[in-house]
Design a protein around this ligand. Structure first.
Ligand code: ATP
Ligand code: MG
Length: 223
């Protein structure tokens, strides 16, 4: 039996309702059997000192997905040695789930248009179907432009502009999701200034942040 697995990678510093709502909408649209949240342990893009510890980010995700029947958290990037590279992680997941699993990699438009800075990024399009989530401030037309310029000129867009197919690479889908202008950066910034982050994160996550004073007095919350 074919299994559809959604995969959402990120730093999740912290996980917020934007992530959760996007995951829920993708789950509903694609009928995933499971949706995995994968916190990056040591992302090449962000220096480690500017992130909260992997254990904190993992724990907040666990608290956030606990009540959802299909959401899971994977610590796979904490278990793999060295830097976290998404292509490697996707390869490992395919091995773990077996050939009958179809992987769908969920990525926000802001991250998608920078995929060419990721290690071996072209291989991502062989390992997982990509689901691009729109995000306020980013243009959806950029998906087609990026694919044509940076991946392959042979991607073809369907009439509704919702998917791109290719003779050999896996398809890329564009989600028409709810726009929520929420980011972890916003939450770190508010929290570091002693402002409220209630309703931007789940209550369990809010309690965890407060108990561990995760973002209090950060000198540079943008990091
Ligand atoms: P930061 O501000 O620290 O970069 P972030 O809110 O962008 O945090 P990440 O952990 O960087 O969160 O993002 C993980 C994934 O979720 C990325 O693919 C990102 O584009 C996507 N994402 C995060 N927030 C939203 C949102 N509000 N709408 C759509 N996609 C989102
Ligand atoms: Mg981000």
């Amino acid at each position: 039996m074919l299994k559809r697995i959604g995969v959402m990678g990120g730093t999740f510093d912290p996980v917020h309702i934007g992530h959760l709502r996007m995951a829920e909408e993708a789950l509903e649209a694609f009928g995933f059997d499971e949706l995995l949240f994968i916190p990056a342990a040591d992302p090449p893009h962000k220096t480690e000192k500017s992130l909260r510890a992997f254990e904190h980010r993992l724990r907040m995700l666990e608290l956030a997905v606990d009540a959802h029947p299909k959401f899971r958290v994977s610590d796979i990037e904490g278990r793999l040695p060295g830097k976290s590279y998404t292509v490697i992680t996707l390869g490992r997941l395919q091995e773990e789930y077996g050939p009958e699993a179809e992987l769908y990699f969920l990525v926000g438009l802001d991250a998608f248009v920078e995929l060419d800075t990721w290690w071996n990024y072209r291989e991502l399009f062989e390992r997982a179907r990509m689901v691009v989530l729109s995000r306020p401030g980013y243009e959806e037309e950029d998906v087609g432009l990026f694919l044509a310029r940076k991946v392959s000129p042979f991607y073809e867009m369907d009439r509704n502009c919702t998917s791109f197919t290719h003779p050999t690479l896996l398809p890329v889908y564009c989600m028409k999701n709810t726009h929520l202008e929420i980011s972890s950066t916003l939450i770190r910034r508010l929290s570091s200034r002693g402002r409220s982050i209630r309703y931007l994160v789940l209550p369990e996550v809010l309690r965890y942040i407060e108990k561990n004073k995760l973002y209090r007095g950060l000198s540079n919350p943008v990091q």
